[in-house]
Design a protein around this ligand. Sequence first.
Ligand code: NAD
Length: 353
Amino acid sequence: MRGFVYAAHASRVIFGAGALQRLSDEIARLGAHSALVLSTPEQRTSAEQVAALLGPAAAGVFDRAVMHVPIETAREAREVARSLGADCAVAIGGGSTVGLGKAIALDSGLPIIAIPTTYAGSEVTPIYGITQDGLKTTGRDAKVLPRTVLYDPELTLGLPATMSITSGINAIAHAAEGLYAVDGNPIMDLMAQEGIAALARSLPAIKANPSDIEARSHALYGAWLCGTVLGNVGMALHHKLCHTLGGSFNLPHAETHTVVLPHTLAYNSGAAPGAMSRIARAMGGSNASQAIFDLAGHNGAPVALRDIGMKQGDLAKAADIAMQNQYPNPRPLDRDAILRLLQDAYDGRRPEP
Ligand code: NAD
């Protein structure tokens, strides 16, 4: 057995339908009295409902969270939090809103309570990202880890079915790469397998009936486990490619993960056979990359980069960027092989076994 280092992150998780009702108690538990509620413009109504639930403990609502946390938005939100005298922030939404909360915490140390409504997993990682002059800088800082996470599956019922599939596969990607991480450990392996299995079972059920609260609960449970893996061990080629495609070509986050994952797993399959059989088993299939491809394709999610805004002419540039500042990866990076991987993802080809 190979040696490992395991360090748990201190975050408190409250899970279950109706968990939102515990918010006031959780704010008081942090010794806070005045919460700035954060959301995207699209989820303003949810943020207002949260503020109404808090009554006098709500300092206000800031509803301008957007993807990739532009520095201007972060500064504006920090200023609003300061001027309203907020002593904590409540982020209700997906990775973009939680990301804004982290940007506030990075600067001010304000405690964040996250109420995730997608499966992205940011709420359980100490990883932040801020975009300045078109360049996204990411880092790790214990300060930005939300102190409390309320997982309430009722709040995910409105996540459209196709977004649920892509967001769920985004979560699976964290666990899949966690299983072949250079700094992996047995606890994360257990979480990764259980997280993948929970999502693989629940996503088709959500597609069939987006109001299935049992399926929603299992998907959110899987998202928590997969997010925890992301927060604890290093990611590899798949996350590097998705950051490249998102950052340099402005492709949508969860969809990009969904399309690329089968192909990065195929790329790594010979170099990480143990991880691949664990992923396949958790997926209930015999081949990891094909099982992920089919989960997307059979449930109405995109399977081709050409369908989510990528241009054929940019594939070579993407391969070049992927070769820079390499993340550790089970199979050494080979530019021609990565270009072939990207071409397969562009065309939406089902990986060969
Ligand atoms: P998102 O937060 O951008 O949400 C996408 C859209 O869906 C938004 O308009 C949002 O308001 C809406 N939405 C969210 N939940 C909804 C619901 N239940 N019902 C209806 N609409 C809903 O998307 P995301 O994929 O969750 O997050 C992506 C961002 O998070 C990226 O910037 C990514 O880099 C970041 N991220 C960071 C980490 C980390 O650890 N730092 C981890 C994962 C993702």
